[in-house]
Ligand binder design. Structure first.
Ligand code: U2P
Length: 277
């Protein structure tokens, strides 16, 4: 067998170098696709924001017992306007990213916002929601870890997430718009859901999404482009019209209940319990 010539050896090593180069490029692509964070695939950038608001008059009807973290139990100081549930980055197809980074909630980072958050973003329940990386935590911690961490490249840190949400909430005052249109809290009136939606569309030039429970408005969502200009919540080109509608789970006529007085009675027994301890 004759030995390979110098030129064929050179050709062979050139080919091998090219194969190694091409496969290193492919490995690099693969690394980008499989960029793991906290053991899960990195989630793609969201399409829009939903500002989710809750109606205490409906939520607080569910209060079984009281605790210091539940704003339903503040007696005459319980909230009587829509309060914040969260600012949610969403996809146009009706799904959403969640728990995107390992950034754990740190209450110290938002201590200067505490008073505003207690007033406008209170928990309306005593139960502790699950945190992203095991265990249970606060309502704010849950919202930051589940949704806030998915808000880049618009919002990058915890403080910005809460401040941005408060600012959007103040700018688009749903309670005021509804009151001015005659939709005031009442335990006897029922209002046409179409009228409520129109009042919001007229004020903000975008359709909200409304969620009901037993015929009462429970949650109302306003939606925004990434620059916080209002946009319709319900339909994008790639979502089926009946998947999410403005009316959500609501009947033709809905109620906007006043805050239940039972919360106040329970407050007294809760305060008494605390004092007795
Ligand atoms: O609607 C029920 C729960 O689903 C989560 N949700 C809903 C819509 C959406 O766009 N994004 C989203 O996360 C909410 O879960 P939470 O943030 O309360 O854990 C909502 O309560």
């Amino acid at each position: 067998m004759s030995l390979p010539s110098f030129s064929s050896l050179l050709l062979l090593s050139l080919v091998m170098a090219m194969v190694a180069f091409v496969s290193s490029i492919q490995d690099f692509d693969l690394d980008l696709d499989l960029d793991l964070e906290g053991g899960r695939h990195k989630q793609r950038e969201f399409d829009y924001f939903a500002l989710a608001l809750q109606w205490p008059g409906t939520f607080c009807q569910r209060t079984q017992h009281c605790c210091s973290s539940n704003a339903c139990c503040r007696g005459s100081n319980a909230p009587t306007t829509f309060t914040i549930h969260g600012l949610w980055p969403d996809y146009n197809d009706g799904t959403w990213p969640a728990c995107c980074t390992k950034s754990n909630f740190d209450p110290k980072e938002i201590s200067t916002l505490n008073d505003a958050l207690e007033q406008y973003w209170p928990s309306l329940s005593c139960s502790k929601p699950s945190s992203c990386h095991g265990g249970k935590g606060s309502f704010w911690g849950h919202e930051w870890e589940k949704h806030g961490t998915c808000s880049s490249p618009v919002v990058w840190n915890e403080y910005d997430y809460f401040l941005t949400t408060l600012n959007v909430y103040f700018k688009y005052n749903v309670t005021k718009v509804l009151n001015e249109a005659g939709y005031v809290p009442s335990n006897s009136e029922k209002y046409p859901i179409g009228g409520i939606i129109s009042a919001i569309e007229n004020a903000f030039h975008a359709s909200p999404q409304i969620v009901c429970s037993k015929g009462a408005v429970e949650e109302l969502r306003l939606c925004f482009y990434k620059d916080f200009k209002p946009r319709d919540c319900a339909v994008g080109p790639d979502i089926k019209i009946d998947m999410v509608t403005s009316k959500g789970s609501c009947p033709q006529y809905v109620s906007l209940p006043e805050l239940a007085s039972s919360g106040r009675d329970e407050l007294q027994s809760w305060v008494a319990d605390e004092v007795a301890l």
